[in-house]
Design a protein around this ligand. Structure first.
Ligand SMILES: *[C@@H]1O[C@H](CO)[C@@H](O)[C@H](O)[C@H]1NC(C)=O
Length: 228
C-alpha cells in the first residue's frame, strides 16, 4: 500500500522529466518588419505576412510608411506621425501620354523620396538609435526599389528576407547571383506568362535587355544619390 502511494507521488516528477526530454523547444525570433513604400497595397501584403509570423509566436515589430493597415494584428506597430500623402496616387503615374521611361523615372523618384521620408522620420531614427546589433534576429524587408535601405540589415547585423509582391526583378536577382534566364522565365515588364511561344520568348528577351540596360541604370542612379 505504501509502495503504491509512493509510485503516484513521483508521477509529476517523471512527467516533467519526460516532457523536458521529449518536448521540442519552441523558438521565437525578434523580427522587424520594415515596409518603406509609398504603395498602400504593398503594405497590406507585407503586414499580412508580419501578422502571420506574430501569430506563429514570434516577437514582431512593424515600421511602415503610413497608418497601420491591420488594426487587429498581433505585431507591435510603430505609428509614424506626419507622413506625407502617398505619392503613387499622383497623376503622373497614370498619365499614359508620357513615355514609359518618364513615367518610370518619376515612379522611382517617388519611391526614393517616400523611402527616405520614412527613414528620416523621428520615430524611425529613435528606433534605429535604440536598436542595433543583437537586438533583431531577422529583418523582414518590404522591397520596392528602395535598394539603399537594404543596408539596414548591416545596422542590425542580422539576416534579411525580402518581401515582394511579384517575381524578383533583375536588381534583386543580381544581388543574390540568380540568373534571370529570359529564355523561359517571364520578366516583370513583359506581361508574359509561361509557357511562352517563340515570339513570346523573343519579346521576353528584348524586355530583359531593356530591364538590364535601361531600368537597372535608372534604379542605380536614384540609389546612388543616397550614398553621396
Ligand atoms: C533624405 O532626406 C533628408 C532629410 O529630409 C534630406 O536632407 C536628404 O537630402 C534626402 N536624401 C535624398 C537623397 O534625397
Amino acid at each position: 500500500m505504501y509502495r503504491h502511494l509512493k509510485g503516484i507521488s513521483c508521477l509529476p516528477v517523471v512527467f516533467f522529466a519526460l516532457s523536458y526530454l521529449y518536448a521540442s523547444p519552441a523558438e521565437s525570433a525578434r523580427i522587424l518588419g520594415y515596409f518603406a513604400t509609398p504603395s498602400k497595397s504593398h503594405i497590406i501584403v507585407h503586414c499580412a505576412l508580419a501578422d502571420a509570423l506574430a501569430h506563429a509566436g514570434h516577437d514582431v515589430t512593424v515600421i511602415a510608411s503610413g497608418p497601420n493597415v491591420r488594426q487587429q494584428a498581433q505585431y507591435r506597430y510603430i505609428e509614424l506621425e506626419k507622413m506625407g500623402a502617398h505619392p503613387l496616387m499622383s497623376t503622373d503615374m497614370v498619365n499614359k501620354r508620357q513615355p514609359f521611361w518618364r513615367r518610370f523615372g518619376s515612379l522611382l523618384v517617388s519611391i526614393a523620396r517616400s523611402a527616405n521620408e520614412t527613414q528620416q522620420n523621428m520615430r524611425v531614427q529613435e528606433f534605429l538609435q535604440q536598436h542595433g546589433a543583437g537586438d533583431i534576429d531577422l529583418l523582414l524587408f518590404g522591397y520596392f526599389m528602395n535598394d539603399f535601405q537594404l543596408g539596414l540589415a548591416g545596422h542590425f547585423r542580422c539576416p534579411i528576407v525580402l518581401s515582394f509582391m511579384i517575381q524578383p526583378i533583375y536588381a534583386v536577382n543580381r544581388y543574390v547571383g540568380n540568373p534571370s534566364e529570359p529564355a523561359y522565365v517571364p520578366g516583370i515588364f513583359g506581361y508574359l506568362v509561361q509557357p511562352m511561344s517563340f515570339l513570346g520568348r523573343v519579346k521576353n528577351m528584348i524586355v530583359a535587355l531593356i530591364e538590364e540596360h535601361v531600368v537597372q541604370p535608372m534604379l542605380e542612379y536614384q540609389t546612388r544619390k543616397f550614398y553621396e
